[in-house]
Each structure stands twice: as structure tokens, then as C-alpha cells.
Design a protein around this ligand. Structure first.
Ligand code: SAM
Ligand code: SF4
Length: 477
């Protein structure tokens, strides 16, 4: 094998969870179930993004494969897995505080196994903190070694020692992972892992490793299977889906993958996230415009409207490039829903820079924004830059929200009188007398109907009233 090929092979290798380890844990749990009449419970708690939610569905799947019943409370569990996020300080603090509460459960039940996984523990300083300050935590491993979970659990069970895995296997693409999906009609499908972009504020490339893609055949087979099972809404996941298969030499890209998936027969919608503006191509927009099943929704994180800040963020686009993508999207797909991520108070952000962001909001008029106050992440370049005082960050954040609120109200008011397709999610969490669902563009819609027959199905809803964060209407079939 040539050196280059060997290098490529090392770069990306498929891994599946160890079947023998899963069998041995299951055997142990079968014995307990035979003695007590109940299967040991496993509780999985998730913090963070959709990628973490998808990972947790695989953790739950592996737990079931290993003879656990997945339970909804930590008190009912013999195994607790906390899947953590590291994107902001707040997410880490919250996870650590919850892990802290499990000390009491361990004191009551010393055979309880407590595991902490995900992005937070891919950082050495957090692993050390757990090792020394949380002595009742038994199992720790990062996102890139998720497939190793059964092996690490078995080692803990048989050797009794705490297992802290420091590996960052950022060439690994896990396949054949057991899964328990949270929903019977909405599904996540990871198409790639990791990130190569190194935006100066972001911890993701350090904790999730380099970009590597799943093979097209694996993804197509998974999506076909989901559609056959009746899934209606499938979201393709990756930190930057636009660079899917980049550098692989496979001869296809994300637009080709999306076109192939769109050709599958069935009653379903395809979403994808996230797209990086620097890689959003005309070819992709054309595939969306011609697609039968691709949602007319583009989540295109802008982060800032100031060219100077975008440069410091290492984003590789400017306002003009961003606006040109928006123009092309609206020209080719007039009913496109546009959403974005914004960071407020990035190091060095002046009042003028911030106003440039507000100006972009007024120009683009996003349908929805995910806005974040900048949070310094240890080990990233931005953490070493001059920070904006928290008070200034907070004031700017409030101003951004107020403008977004006004724009979202006006955008939603324009929906009144229109009929939209909604995927019904059942009885609303806030009001038991109504149902709720989401449009293709992820807008929340409330309407009346029978939960039993409509949940998990598409319905046409005529919008009668609009609030900034929700639309109200009646079924119009
Ligand atoms: N890969 C995606 C992209 O580039 O758009 C997003 C990944 S990240 C999980 C989601 C969002 O978190 C980012 O778009 C950014 O707005 C926000 N984020 C990341 N790092 C942050 C930080 N240090 N402080 C505040 N927000 C941050
Ligand atoms: Fe983080 Fe940037 Fe990668 Fe998104 S593209 S995950 S923001 S480094």
C-alpha cells in the first residue's frame, strides 16, 4: 500500500461497538433480572446540540443492547450517563452541578455506575476536575470514542476501577450503532463528524476532532430504512454539512448526497444543519430549489455583521458574501425560511461592530435567531483576546433580542391568512386543549385536532393569528 493510501486509511476508519463487550454486560444484567424480576435501569441525560441528542440516542441504544431498561429518572437507574456540552461555560457549569447531585444517589446505592461523556470531558482540565473532585464518577469518555462505551463499561464492571478515557479518536467513523430514537417520526442522521474550521471562539474542533464523513451508501441505507419505518422528518447532521466528503476523493459532495436522498420515494421532509457560509454553494441551492422533499429552510449562522469581527472570528466570509448567499436563496427559493446564529460581545466588539450586526438583522430579516453571549473557551484563540465587559455584553444582547422580537413579530404577522404544512407533535406542552407542530421552516404552530390521529402526520393549517414566537390557526384540509 502506498504511503498516501496508508495515511488516508489512518485518517478515517469505521468502528462498531464491541459485540462481545455488549454480550458480557447483557449477561450480567440478565442474571440480575432473573434474580430480582426487574431489569437494571439506565438513565441518559443530554446537554447541548442536536449532535449530542443524536449521540445520546446511540448511548440509549447500546444500553438496551446491554440488557438495561432505559428509564426516565436517575433514582430508578443502576447506570447514569450524562452527555455533556462544552460550547459555553454555562453548559459546563450546569452539567457539573447535576453530576454533583448524583453523589447522594451513589451514597444510597454504592453499586450505581455514574458516567460522564460528551464534549466537556474531551477537555483534559475537566477530566482532571472529575477525577479529583467527583470521586463517585466511574466512567469518563469523549465524543470521538462513543463506540468504546460498552468496552469501558465492562472494564469498570469487571475490574472495578474507574475508567477515564483520554483518547481523541478523531479518525473514527462509528457505524452500526444501536439506537433508541426519541421520536417515532422525527429522526437525526449524522452524515459527518468533527470540524476543521477552527473559528477562533469555538471549542468544537478540539473536542470533536477533525472532519470525517460517513459513506454515502451507509447514509442512504439509513434514510431509506427510516422512511420505510414511517419517519416523516429527517435531519442530516454535521458541524458543517457543506464540506461533507471534502478531500475524500469519493467524487461526490453534499449537494449530490442531498439529491440522492431526495429521490427516495415517500412522504417525508429532509432538513440539514449546519451550513457554513464560506462553503454554501450554488449547486446546493439549486438542488434545494428543485427538490421534492427538501425543506425550504436554510440555517446559515452569521455570527456577526461586522467584517472586522468576522475576520477575528476566522470565519472566511464577509457581509457582502453572506448577503449574496441570502439573495441567491431568496431568488431561487422565494418561500425560504432563514435562520441564523449570532454571537454578541465577541472580544474587541465595538459599538460600531455591534450596530453592523443589528443592521444585518434589519437587512436580512431572519425568521428566527439563536443568539448567544460570547463565552471564553479555554484553549481557543479568542479566549486570549481583550474581552468585552459582561455588562456591555448583556446590554447588547438585550438590544439584539428586542430587534429580533420585532422582526419575528412582523415576519409572523405576514403569515396570517396563509396555509402552511405542519408536522403535528401532539398536545401542546403549554396548553392541553391545543395541538402543536412545526412548519418546514421550524416555526411553531398551534391548532385544534385529535392528538391520537394527527401526531406524527402532516396537516395543512390556515394561520389566523400570529405571536412573535408562534402561529395560531385551524386545520384546512
Ligand atoms: N458548526 C456550526 C456553525 O459553524 O455554524 C455551529 C456549531 S455550534 C455547536 C452552535 C453555535 O454556538 C455557533 O454557531 C455559535 O453561534 C455558538 N457558539 C460557539 N462557540 C461559542 C462561544 N464560545 N460563545 C458563545 N457562543 C458560541
Ligand atoms: Fe465551531 Fe466554527 Fe466548526 Fe461551527 S464551523 S463547529 S462554529 S469551529
Amino acid at each position: 500500500m502506498s504511503e498516501m493510501l496508508q495515511e488516508k486509511k489512518k485518517e478515517r476508519c469505521e468502528r462498531i461497538p464491541d459485540a462481545e463487550a455488549m454480550r458480557r454486560v447483557r449477561e450480567h444484567n440478565d442474571t440480575i433480572a432473573a434474580k430480582t424480576g426487574t431489569r437494571p435501569g439506565a438513565f441518559v441525560l443530554t446537554f447541548g446540540c442536536q449532535q449530542n441528542e443524536a449521540d445520546s440516542e446511540h448511548i440509549a441504544g447500546m444500553c438496551r443492547e446491554m440488557g438495561y431498561t432505559v428509564v426516565s429518572s436517575p433514582e430508578a437507574a443502576s447506570l447514569i450517563m450524562v452527555n455533556t456540552c462544552a460550547i459555553r461555560e454555562h453548559a459546563e457549569k450546569k452539567a457539573l452541578s447535576i453530576v454533583g447531585q448524583y453523589k447522594h444517589l451513589k451514597a444510597k446505592n454504592p453499586s450505581l455506575i455514574v458516567g460522564v461523556c460528551g464534549c466537556m470531558v474531551a477537555q483534559e482540565h475537566r477530566r482532571e476536575e472529575l477525577k479529583h473532585s467527583y470521586p463517585y464518577v466511574d466512567l469518563v469518555f469523549g465524543t470521538t470514542v462513543l463506540h468504546e462505551f460498552p468496552t469501558l463499561l465492562l472494564e469498570k464492571m469487571t475490574a472495578g476501577r474507574r475508567r477515564f478515557c483520554a483518547d481523541v479518536a478523531d479518525h473514527v467513523v462509528p457505524e452500526d450503532m444501536p439506537v433508541i430514537r426519541e421520536s417515532s417520526y422525527r429522526a437525526w442522521v449524522s452524515i459527518m463528524y468533527g470540524c476543521n474550521n477552527f473559528c477562533s471562539y469555538c471549542i468544537v474542533p478540539y473536542v470533536r476532532g477533525r472532519e470525517r464523513s460517513r459513506r454515502r451508501e451507509e447514509i442512504v441505507a439509513e434514510v431509506k430504512e427510516l422512511i420505510a419505518q414511517g419517519y416523516r422528518d429527517i435531519t442530516l447532521l454535521g458541524q458543517n454539512v457543506n464540506s461533507y466528503a471534502k478531500g475524500s476523493g469519493w467524487g461526490y459532495d453534499f449537494a449530490d448526497l442531498l439529491a440522492e436522498l431526495d429521490a427516495i420515494e415517500g412522504d417525508y421532509t429532509l432538513h440539514f444543519m449546519t451550513s457554513h457560509p464560506k462553503d454554501a454553494s450554488s449547486k446546493l441551492i439549486d438542488v434545494m430549489a428543485c427538490g421534492k422533499h427538501i425543506a425550504h429552510h436554510f440555517h446559515l449562522p452569521m455570527q456577526s455583521g461586522s467584517d472586522a469581527i468576522l475576520k477575528k472570528m476566522n470565519r472566511h466570509y464577509d457581509r457582502e458574501r453572506y448577503l449574496s448567499i441570502v439573495r441567491e436563496l431568496r431568488e431561487k427559493i422565494p418561500d425560504i425560511t432563514l435562520t441564523s446564529d449570532i454571537i454578541v460581545g465577541f472580544p474587541g466588539e465595538s459599538e460600531e461592530d455591534f450596530e453592523a450586526t443589528l443592521d444585518m438583522l434589519s437587512t436580512v430579516r431572519f425568521d428566527m435567531l439563536y443568539s448567544f453571549i460570547y463565552s471564553a473557551r479555554k484553549g481557543t484563540p479568542a479566549a486570549e483576546m481583550e474581552q468585552v465587559p459582561p455588562k456591555v455584553q448583556g446590554e447588547r444582547f438585550d438590544r439584539l433580542l428586542a430587534l429580533e422580537h420585532q422582526i419575528a413579530s412582523e415576519n409572523n404577522a405576514n403569515m396570517v391568512g396563509k396555509t402552511v404544512r405542519v408536522l403535528c407533535d401532539g398536545v401542546s406542552k403549554n396548553d392541553e386543549s391545543t395541538l402543536s407542530g412545526r412548519t418546514d421552516g421550524n416555526k411553531l404552530v398551534f391548532f385544534h385536532g385529535e392528538a391520537q390521529t394527527l401526531t406524527g402526520h402532516f396537516v395543512q393549517v390556515k394561520i389566523e393569528r400570529a405571536e412573535p414566537f408562534g402561529l395560531y390557526g385551524e386545520i384546512d384540509n
